[in-house]
Design a protein around this ligand. Structure first.
Ligand SMILES: NC(=O)c1ccc[n+]([C@@H]2O[C@H](COP(=O)([O-])OP(=O)(O)OC[C@H]3O[C@@H](n4cnc5c(N)ncnc54)[C@H](OP(=O)(O)O)[C@@H]3O)[C@@H](O)[C@H]2O)c1
Length: 248
């Protein structure tokens, strides 16, 4: 299927590693001009070099409006518009009720909620009819499981905001959807389990109807579909790419 992404201008937040990197790579392979962002310049430089083509990297922190404004000034000067915006930057920390800290809550809400709101809101002047926003959510929005209540709460919050945003953007021609991955084979997933990584991964594999966790490329291809004109009548949905684990 031709996703018609050639020469589209795409911005991917958190594109320096993991799922965001795979999304940036896939969009570039489909012919899009990709702007990759993350906070760490070294990881960003490596990602841009690995993706190649006309990919560019700009450091930005999605938790700070001023940082995003500076990013979008550069995008406007260089490209004039955004056709595809992927709000991917985010992450989670395991902690059961009784051990949840203020720092964990501030950090997760700052990146996963405030960061997504600001990423989209600050980009609005650059988004026009036919443009597409894809937020990388998580199957934790409906199935957080133990120790992921705050993370699941951040992802559920964004899912509900999208219901309001599609109504507010009526007539603009801008589509907003969520692609919610299940457990995906990234360094951050293993790090999140700490010393219990093997047990944690075995639990997730066992829970999945497909008997495995996902690969970043499998998330990227679903994101590329939602971002593309092949999904031109899809708006306001949360599409799960989790092997069916959250539906059982
Ligand atoms: N891996 C999974 O199993 C899984 C499952 C469901 C959903 N997800 C979601 O998928 C997305 C990507 O996760 P991942 O596993 O690929 O994580 P990852 O490998 O840790 O990548 C996260 C990326 O986001 C960037 N980032 C983090 N905070 C940022 C901030 N404040 N401003 C700008 N960039 C920031 C990181 O770079 P810097 O540190 O350099 O900023 C990095 O490039 C997240 O939204 C996550 O919630 C992941």
């Amino acid at each position: 299927m031709d996703l018609h992404l050639k020469r589209k201008i795409a911005v991917v937040t958190g594109g320096g590693s993991g799922i965001g990197f795979a999304i940036a790579k896939q969009l570039a392979a489909e012919g899009a001009v990709v702007v990759v962002t993350a906070r760490r310049q070294d990881a960003l430089d490596k990602a841009v070099a690995a993706i190649g083509g006309s990919t560019v990297g700009f450091a930005a922190d999605v938790g700070q409006a001023a940082s995003l404004k500076a990013l979008y000034v550069q995008v406007r000067e260089r490209f004039g518009r955004i056709d595809v915006l992927i709000a991917n930057a985010g992450g989670g920390v395991h902690a059961p009720l009784g051990q949840i800290t203020e720092d964990q809550m501030d950090q997760q809400f700052s990146t996963n909620v405030k960061g997504v709101v600001l990423t989209i809101q600050e980009a609005l002047p650059l988004l026009g009819a036919g443009s597409s926003v894809v937020i990388v959510g998580s199957s934790a929005s409906m199935d957080p499981g133990p120790t992921m209540s705050i993370y699941g709460g951040t992802k559920a919050a964004i899912r509900n905001m999208v219901r309001s945003w599609v109504a507010e953007l009526k007539g603009s021609g801008i589509r907003i959807n969520l692609l919610s991955p299940g457990p995906t084979n990234t360094e951050s997933l293993r790090t999140a389990f700490g010393e219990h990584a093997e047990e944690g991964l075995a639990f997730l594999r066992d829970k999945s109807p497909l008997g495995r966790i996902g690969e970043p490329e499998e998330i990227a291809s679903a994101v590329a579909f939602l971002a593309s004109d092949a999904a031109s009548y899809i708006n306001g949905v949360e599409l799960f790419a989790d092997g069916g684990a959250s539906q059982t």
